[in-house]
Design a protein around this ligand. Structure first.
Ligand code: 13P
Length: 259
C-alpha cells in the first residue's frame, strides 16, 4: 500500500519573516512551483502566527494549492492561557496542518509527551492534521538510545488516539543533532528509524494505520540531499527549516520530492 501515501513537503519558517516578508516569500514560491506538482505532492508552509491571516488571504484570493500550516497551538479551545493560540482560531483561518512537539518546543519551552499528546488530540478534534515531531539528541544517539527515545515519544504522543485518526496523521522524524547544523542523517539511518516508527504504529494501531501514516524526515534537508532521502520506502516527505526560507531552494526540494 505504500503508493497511497502522497509525499508531503513542509516548510517550517520558525521565528523568521514578518508578514510582509512572508507574503513575498509565499508568492514567489507559488510562482516557482508548476501547477501539476500538486497532483503528485502536498506542500505546506508553517509561518509565525502573526503571518497566518495575511497568507490565508493571498492563498484564497489567488487560489493557490499550497496548504497553510501552523507551528504550534494550545490544547484548550479557550480560557486564561496568556500568549497561547487556540486550535479553533487556526481552524478559522483555514490552517490545515499543525506542527506539534517540535524539539525546539520540547527543549526550550518544556513541552512533555503528555502535552504533545493533548495537542495531537485537539488538532484532530478540530479537523486539522497534526505533524507530530519526534527525535533523539546526539547524546542519546551515541548511547544507542535512538529507538527507545523515538518510539517512546511516538507511543506516548499517540496515546488514546483512534486508529483511523492515526492513519491520517503525519509523524516527523527529526534527529535533534541534525536540525540547523548542516548534518543530515544518512538515508539508511533515517530509513531505519522511520521503518521502526511505522512498525510501532502498526503494532499499536493496526496495519491500515501503519500503511497510511505519513512519516517525514527533517534536519538540514537541502536540495542536494532530498532525492536520496525520498527514495527510502518509509520516508514520505520532508520537514524543512532553513532551506524553506529561500523559495528557490524550497521549490527545488518540492520538485525533487514530488518526483
Ligand atoms: P533545518 O532544516 O534548518 O535543519 O530545520 C529542521 C526543522 O527543525 C524543521 O522543523
Amino acid at each position: 500500500m505504500p503508493d497511497v501515501r502522497t509525499p508531503l513537503i513542509s516548510g517550517n519558517w520558525k521565528m523568521n519573516l514578518d508578514h510582509f516578508e512572508a507574503l513575498r516569500n509565499l508568492q514567489k514560491l507559488a510562482w516557482l512551483l508548476p501547477k501539476d506538482i500538486y497532483q503528485r505532492s502536498d506542500v505546506s508552509i508553517h509561518p509565525p502566527f502573526t503571518d497566518i491571516r495575511t497568507l490565508q488571504t493571498s492563498i484564497e484570493a489567488d487560489r493557490m494549492d499550497i496548504l497553510l500550516g501552523a507551528q504550534h497551538c494550545h490544547h484548550e479551545v479557550t480560557g486564561a492561557f496568556t500568549g497561547e493560540v487556540s486550535p479553533v482560531f487556526l481552524q478559522k483561518l483555514d490552517v490545515k496542518l499543525v506542527i506539534c512537539g517540535h524539539s525546539e518546543r520540547r527543549d526550550i519551552f518544556g513541552e512533555t509527551d503528555e502535552m504533545v499528546n493533548a495537542k495531537v488530540k485537539a488538532i484532530l478534534k478540530h479537523n486539522m492534521t497534526p505533524i507530530m515531531c519526534v527525535g533523539e539528541s546526539l547524546a542519546e544517539r551515541e548511547a544507542g538510545e535512538t529507538e527507545a527515545k523515538v518510539l517512546g515519544q511516538v507511543v506516548n504522543g499517540l496515546q488514546g488516539v483512534k486508529k483511523a485518526e492515526v492513519g491520517s496523521m503525519v509523524i516527523a522524524y527529526e534527529p535533534i543533532w541534525a536540525i540547523g547544523t548542516g548534518k543530515t542523517a544518512t538515508a539508511d539511518d533515517a530509513q531505519q528509524v522511520c521503518a521502526s516508527i511505522r512498525a510501532a504504529v502498526t503494532a499499536s494501531f493496526g496495519a491500515d494505520a501503519g500503511a497510511s501514516v505519513r512519516i517525514q524526515y527533517g534536519g538540514s534537508v537541502k536540495p542536494g540531499t532530498t532525492e536520496e532521502l525520498m527514495a527510502q520506502p518509509d520516508i514520505d516527505g520532508a520537514l524543512v527549516g532553513g532551506a524553506s526560507l529561500d523559495p528557490d531552494d524550497f521549490s527545488q526540494i518540492v520538485k525533487i520530492a514530488a518526483g
